[in-house]
Design a binder for this molecule. Structure first.
Ligand code: ATP
Ligand code: FE2
Length: 332
């Protein structure tokens, strides 16, 4: 089975063709804002401008590997969550492609895409997933036919919180990697809010507190303290999800997963609990076309397709509303 998938929920427009074994072709065009953060309308214009060349280059690469567009069985696309204007642009391209090739369309939940590529590209089988990106921060795990959300942010994603703080400190977008660099040279800890409510966490107050702390502390110390608090919150909830579900694997997903301090803290926690900790290669952590194509392949093979009339996008599409038809469930 061969599936073409298109991702474009935010800053990255990326299309890939995969089969069960590997990524056959992938082409990506990244929107980089000149100043500040992501402007939704500009990002959507970027995707609209590059959509056809990205697909053309992808099909050329595919043919170059002795395949033919006729070999493609389905077109998958990111149906949400994400920026509405970006999602609509990608969905329009996907529909056009599916109609011209006369093959089914598969609408994929972006969060589930992050999970499935991690399960594909690491040995993780049935993990607790910590999904941390710009727009999303969730702890998920498979149970009774769904990816349940065990905990999530009550306001903004951890990546956005880092980016927002970094911008207020005069650093360029994306801020996450810069905060990580500064944190390495810290000499002390500055007290910051630690907010875990039940199984949920919150980052907006922490981002603001970090901005205020810059008035009296060094940027190195503030970056370090921000990271220590935010990551401890994420690790605490991930650990409780492990205890609650009885699972023995943790999978890290999303762009913030590039952070080495976060990985170290998760690694220590997993070690203490006798759980295994998995991180996919960097290129499979941030938003990428392969994760949408591969999840589309799993869905397609288990009989799930999306009729054109049901292919509207959903900017707040929740992963726990999707029937996970591709995993046999022993509890059902
Ligand atoms: P989503 O649509 O899933 O919300 P996204 O558009 O935010 O994804 P990702 O590539 O998953 O895209 O994540 C980007 C985020 O990752 C940015 O907020 C960026 O600051 C953050 N990030 C990247 N590298 C690091 C790092 N080393 N440490 C912390 N944060 C990082
Ligand atoms: Fe993402």
């Amino acid at each position: 089975t061969t599936v073409l998938g298109i991702e474009g929920t935010a800053w990255n427009l990326s299309a890939a063709i995969v089969d069960e074994d590997d990524v056959i072709a992938e082409v990506t065009e990244t929107y980089r804002p000149a100043t500040g953060g992501i402007h939704p309308r500009e990002a959507a214009q970027h995707h609209a401008m590059y959509a056809s060349t990205v697909i053309e280059r992808l099909l050329k690469e595919f043919r170059g590997k002795c395949h033919h567009p006729k070999d493609i069985d389905a077109i998958a696309f990111s149906q949400g969550p994400g920026l509405g204007a970006c999602l609509r642009t990608v969905a329009t391209s996907a529909r056009a492609l599916a109609m011209s090739l006369d093959i089914p369309l598969v609408g994929v939940n972006h969060c589930i895409g992050h999970i499935e590529i991690g399960r594909w590209k690491t040995p993780a089988k049935d993990p607790v997933v910590l999904y941390v990106s710009g727009g999303n921060s969730q702890v998920l795990a498979h149970r009774a036919g769904k990816y349940r959300i065990f905990g999530e942010t009550l306001d903004i994603g951890i990546g956005n919180a880092l980016d927002k703080f970094a911008r207020s400190a005069g650093l360029s977008h994306p801020g996450g990697p810069k905060v990580e660099e500064y944190a390495k040279n810290a000499t002390g800890y500055v007290k910051m809010p630690y907010v875990v409510k039940g199984m949920d966490f919150s980052f907006s107050g922490l981002s603001t507190a970090a901005k205020d702390a810059l008035k009296s502390s060094s940027i190195e110390d503030v970056c370090y303290s921000f990271q220590e608090n935010a990551f401890a919150m994420l690790v605490e909830v991930t650990e409780r999800a492990l205890a609650h579900t009885g699972k023995s694997e943790v999978l890290l997903a999303g762009g913030v997963g590039a952070n080495m301090r976060l990985r170290e803290m998760l690694d220590v926690m997993c070690d203490d609990r006798g759980a295994r900790f998995y991180v996919p290669e960097r290129k499979f952590m941030g938003d990428n076309g392969a994760m949408i194509a591969y999840t589309g392949l799993l869905m397609f093979k288990s009989g799930t397709t999306t009729p054109i009339e049901n292919s509207h996008v959903d900017p707040s599409f929740r992963p726990d509303t999707v029937d996970v038809t591709w995993i046999a469930d022993k509890h059902q």
